[in-house]
Write a protein that binds this ligand. Structure first.
Ligand code: AMP
Ligand code: MN
Ligand code: MN
Ligand code: MN
Length: 277
């Protein structure tokens, strides 16, 4: 029987809709036997998730999804099996938290200029952890107040580059984020590579740089990848000698590409990252 693994999901510690405990219970209910919680830029849900995983008898591995900037765009790196108390890692994540707060205030000011007031306070009401204030919380606030019909259309009309609620932000570099993960004893992976609007040449440049910095894995199977994407990144994983990872990127029952554990199996011939956990 194939092991059901999910190494990418979000809780209320970042922009997910379920608590770490509820997420673990849902994963167990879906038959997941190895889970990683990968909240954006935060590790404060890991101890809670691990405790609940022990209670329900499921394997759990520390995870995080770090926002970085590369080639002028936001890119996400996953980190696994690191020491969540490592000072350089927690210090690096804290610097992202202060940046998120500054960005949220400036997003709110920018939206106020086009006549939509009170977005900072509104978004904060949706953020259980204010340190991880996210565009997703702005989107939920704007959808709930009827500015748009749903979260996806808020992103399309207000929160992506070129739209009034989008503000430029300086995230860490590839070298910084990989350094934090590897320095804390972890394994770094490029998250959902098919989601970036890079050319093939740019993608190769990113992957070369990531590998040079000590990156070892790539997310081949993702809730947001098509069958073709899985094929493309399986080939890339083999070519670069990367381990392969797999996850749903679940955020909540009505806001996700896939439910926990409900993604395709990794293709044959790849080295699953979990073999080294
Ligand atoms: P942030 O890290 O604050 O820039 O917010 C990015 C988060 O917003 C992502 O992790 C997704 O959960 C969500 N997101 C990004 N783009 C979209 C989109 N087009 N539609 C819905 N959610 C999105
Ligand atoms: Mn998210
Ligand atoms: Mn992501
Ligand atoms: Mn994610």
């Amino acid at each position: 029987m194939q092991l059901i693994v999910d190494l990418h999901c979000h809780s209320t510690v970042s922009d997910g809709l379920l608590s770490p405990e509820a997420l673990v219970r849902r994963a167990a209910g879906n038959g997941v036997s190895l889970l990683s919680l990968t909240d954006h830029d935060g590790v404060s849900g890991l101890a809670r998730a691990r405790q609940e995983a022990e209670t329900v008898g499921m394997r759990f591995v520390n995870g995080v999804e770090i926002s970085i900037e590369w080639g002028g765009a936001q890119v996400h790196l996953l980190g696994y099996r690191f020491d969540a108390d490592d000072a350089a890692l927690t210090g690096g994540l804290a610097s992202i938290h202060s940046g998120r707060l500054v960005r949220a205030r400036s997003m709110s000011e920018s939206l106020e200029k086009i006549g939509i007031a009170g977005c900072f306070e509104g978004a904060m009401r949706f953020a259980e952890n204010p340190k991880l204030i996210s565009r997703a919380h702005f989107a939920r606030h704007l959808a709930a107040t009827g500015v748009c019909k749903d979260v996806r259309s808020v992103f399309d009309s207000y929160l992506v580059p070129g739209k009034p609620g989008y503000v430029e932000h300086r995230w860490p570099t590839v070298a910084e984020a990989v350094g934090w993960i590897v320095g804390a004893g972890g394994i770094a992976a490029v998250a959902h590579p098919a989601r970036y609007a890079f050319s093939r040449g740019e993608m190769r440049k990113l992957l070369d740089e990531f590998k040079q910095c000590g990156g070892q894995a790539i997310e081949v199977v993702s809730g947001s990848h098509s069958v073709d994407d899985v094929g493309t990144y399986s080939r890339i994983a083999r070519e670069y000698g990367f381990m392969a990872t797999s996850g749903s990127d679940f955020h909540g029952p009505d806001e996700s590409y896939a439910d926990l554990g409900r993604v395709a199996s990794l293709p044959e011939g790849l080295t699953p990252v979990w073999e080294s956990f």
